[in-house]
Design a protein around this ligand. Structure first.
Ligand SMILES: *Cc1c(COP(=O)(O)O)cnc(C)c1O
Length: 377
């Protein structure tokens, strides 16, 4: 890290943004200013276009972090007597279950190991066994460990059963190709501060218009009522309540850069290069990734903690931070891990520098045994 420079965030949101994105926040906007509302409208259009939503889907933005939009989507787009299947391979799947519990939606968990992807066949079987299930709530990329779940296959299974599908695509939107024409969904939820590389503060739901229009009266909450937000925005072009103006302006700048870079395919390639550089470099230091390469998404990598008795995450974090990089703690309960994000305004050179920072940190802390002593084959 250059002295006085802010550390690079290798966390899956908030993440490191570009100077142009930060620059876009230097101006104040009025909430009913026509120019500001045109920014909102253009973003809503562009976000639908990214998933090829055409006229069948619409984008409803919502104030708050991503979880607010997930909760709003479930609370608005499922009826109160819905029965929701939640394939569970990690922390964000468990959050969906918690949301269902808070909202009084009947939820059925489909447990999966946290180092395995969800299986479309198992979901098919669960829907066949229990025809009272009305919806599937699926995390696309389980950020807890970094597992990619097979969304296209799962969407086809839901379509076959006539089951509604709500997708938490928070950490995949913008990095992986998502096409609603081949992966039909009722709603897909993402946010400003992840792979679009905006700043945190707003989420958005890309909802099937017919489902959204029929959802009036479902929501338990005024602030979280997506149907009301949508109707108000259609009528007035404005946000219902105070918009996160600076976040919206930053997201407009971030999406401009995203489109100029070439959209999800090209951004995904940059992240894949970041991820490969990180995995190779860390392997050369003795680190083992938690996931098999087939299910490792190029967004966040979980590593086994060094086996050395001198290892302590807080000291390791501090040593790496001193060298300019912010790591992320693990989110698994049964084993000790830490995570490194590959997303944000960073390239593979930066990832090489991260590996160097980790190497120097290990040596300054006297950590010699990096590889786990008993690594499952
Ligand atoms: C980041 C994230 C969320 C939202 O988390 P917030 O803390 O509310 O931003 C939800 N689901 C997944 C898979 C995520 O990665």
């Amino acid at each position: 890290m250059i002295l006085g420079q802010e550390p690079i965030l290798l966390t899956p949101g908030p993440l490191t943004t570009s100077p142009a994105t930060r620059q876009a926040m230097l101006r104040d906007w009025g909430s009913w200013d026509a120019q500001f509302n045109r920014i909102t409208a253009s973003l809503r259009r562009d976000l639908v276009d990214i998933v090829h939503g055409g006229d069948t889907h619409v984008c409803v933005p919502l104030q708050g972090s991503g979880t607010f939009s997930v909760e709003a989507a479930i609370g608005t787009l499922t009826p109160r007597d819905a029965r929701i299947l939640v394939p569970d391979n990690g922390a964000y799947c468990q959050r969906l279950l918690t949301i269902c519990r808070y909202l009084g939606r009947d939820a059925v968990a489909l447990p999966i190991a946290d180092d395995q992807a969800a299986s479309a066949a198992a979901i098919d079987e669960a829907l066949t066994r229990d025809p009272s299930i009305t919806h599937v709530a699926q995390v696309h990329l389980e950020t807890g460990a970094g597992v990619l779940n097979p969304l296209a296959e799962i969407a086809r299974v839901c379509q076959k059963h006539g089951t509604g599908l709500i997708v938490d695509a928070m950490s995949s939107f913008g990095a992986l190709d998502i096409d609603v024409r081949s992966m039909p969904f009722d709603a897909l939820v993402a946010a400003s501060g992840k792979c679009l590389e905006g700043v945190p503060g707003m989420g958005f739901v890309i909802a099937k218009r017919s489902v959204l229009e029929a959802s009036g009266g479902n929501s338990h909450s005024l602030a979280m009522d997506l149907h009301d937000q949508y109707m108000y925005m259609q009528k007035t072009t404005q946000w219902r309540f105070t918009p996160p103006t600076h976040v919206v302006a930053a997201l407009r700048a971030a999406v401009d850069q995203f489109l100029a870079e070439g959209g999800p395919t090209i951004r995904g390639e940059r992240y894949r290069r970041n991820c490969r550089t990180l995995l190779d470099g860390m392997a050369s230091l003795g680190f083992r990734p938690f996931l098999a390469p087939e299910i490792q998404a190029p967004v966040i990598v979980t590593f086994h903690a060094p086996a050395d008795s001198k290892y302590d995450f807080n000291a390791f974090y501090a040593a790496v931070r001193e060298r300019g990089y912010i790591l992320y703690p693990g989110k698994l309960t049964r084993i000790d891990t830490f995570r490194v994000g590959c997303i944000g305004a960073v390239d593979d050179n930066e990832m090489r520098n991260v590996v160097t920072a980790v190497e120097q940190s290990l040596s300054s802390l006297g950590i010699r045994q990096v590889a786990p002593l008993t690594h499952p084959a």
